[in-house]
Design a binder for this molecule. Structure first.
Ligand code: NDP
Length: 340
């Protein structure tokens, strides 16, 4: 079994050289209570960087998932096919979704997340992206945390990314006015032309984010779905309307250590009665049924577009991961490890 590991803990921006392909011998016949899965599509997520930091520099790992150790397999959400099963609820050739590995195979022990997958006629990568955790994050974050009302002005950062692209589309379908920001003209065009955003801009072209937001939101922002933190959060809060809501989904501008911490005008937050709320998708699994039926319906009827950015081959995982922090990806970053 070939798998990807970090060579040592990563503090700062990751580079491809931080990773290596390791090989181990595994048995492809399952012991009792074990399921051996051939990994097909695996998720590449920004939060995994926290797990790769040395523990002393990463307090957040305690809230997320176990730290990743050098030389060890790295777990992730993914779709695979059962090769052998020592459990009565899984059989050879079943499609499954759950906690797999950045590797060719996963030996899934009892207690580790694994469910049978009914693709419902949708492509398998969709079950890693819009129907996976990113999808739940967008759905729960927008509807539960942002508490939208029709006609409100919504701003989304990292809007062409996995979570952001879905949030913007939910907001449009709900009847909001939606503006997104992203890091290239190509992404901006996609937001406006393919995903139906009312407007979009390249934040890298703006010297003053505060005045950029004033230009795009002459009537102020009611909802800010924040994927990036830093200066964008600062500028968005400065442009919020009374009783505005900020959903803090992630702060990717800080993950690599270089970003500026936001200097929020707290008196402004008080007087405008702004709600700023962090959230984790993992706390919203009660919404899972609603979420799956809503998104499958929207994808089937073409009301929403799924953006899956797929690289091929186990060896492409390091560059796929590193690329998240350079803005290489458009939509959900996924690596296909084996043919379906
Ligand atoms: P994306 O698909 O959005 O990929 C990351 C994108 O972030 C890049 O493409 C890039 O787009 C942007 N980016 C990278 N570096 C910076 C930077 N320094 N400043 C501003 N933007 C940057 O990733 P996801 O959709 O998977 O995740 C989006 C956010 O949501 C992350 O912060 C993530 O940690 C968080 N998250 C939170 C969850 C929760 O439960 N709360 C669950 C899942 C994700 P661009 O070209 O626009 O710069």
């Amino acid at each position: 079994n070939k798998f990807i590991a970090i060579k040592s803990h990563i503090n700062g921006a990751p580079i491809e050289f931080d990773f290596e392909v390791k090989t181990e011998t595994i048995s492809l016949s399952a012991k009792s209570k074990e399921v051996i899965v051939k990994n097909l599509y695996v998720s590449i997520d920004p939060y995994q960087l926290h797990r790769m930091k040395s523990c002393s520099s990463s307090q957040t790992t305690i809230y997320l998932a176990a730290p990743v150790q050098p030389g060890q397999s790295i777990d992730t959400y993914g779709v695979g096919r059962v090769v052998a099963s020592g459990r009565p609820d899984f059989a050879k050739d079943d499609l499954v979704v759950g906690l797999l590995a950045w590797g060719e195979y996963t030996v899934v022990e009892e207690g580790r997340l694994l469910n049978k997958l009914d693709p419902m006629g949708l492509p398998l990568p969709y079950h890693v992206g819009p129907l996976g955790f990113s999808g739940l994050t967008a759905y729960a974050g927008f509807f539960e945390i942002c508490k939208p009302k029709k006609g409100e002005n919504v701003f989304v950062s990292a809007a062409s990314g996995s979570v952001g692209s879905l949030v913007g589309q939910y907001a449009k379908l709900f009847g909001c006015h939606v503006v997104g920001c992203a890091g290239s003209q190509k992404k901006v065009d996609l937001l406006k032309e393919k995903l139906g955003f009312d407007d979009a801009f390249n934040y890298k072209d703006e010297t003053d984010l505060n005045s950029a937001l004033k230009r795009y939101f002459p009537n102020g922002i009611d909802i800010y779905f924040d994927n990036v933190g830093g200066e964008m959060l600062e500028a968005a809060v400065a442009n919020m309307n009374k009783f505005g809501r900020v959903a803090l989904c992630g702060v990717i501008s800080e993950y690599t250590g270089g970003g500026k911490r936001p200097a929020l005008e707290m008196l402004d937050v008080v007087y405008k009665r702004i709600t700023i709320q962090g959230f984790l998708a993992a706390d919203h699994t009660k919404n899972y049924g609603d979420f799956i039926s809503t998104i499958t319906d929207h994808l089937r009827t073409g009301k929403m577009q799924a953006l899956c950015d797929i690289s091929h081959g186990l060896e492409s995982i390091p560059s796929a991961f590193v690329g998240l922090f350079r803005g290489d990806n458009i939509g959900k970053k996924i690596v296909q490890i084996a043919h379906e």
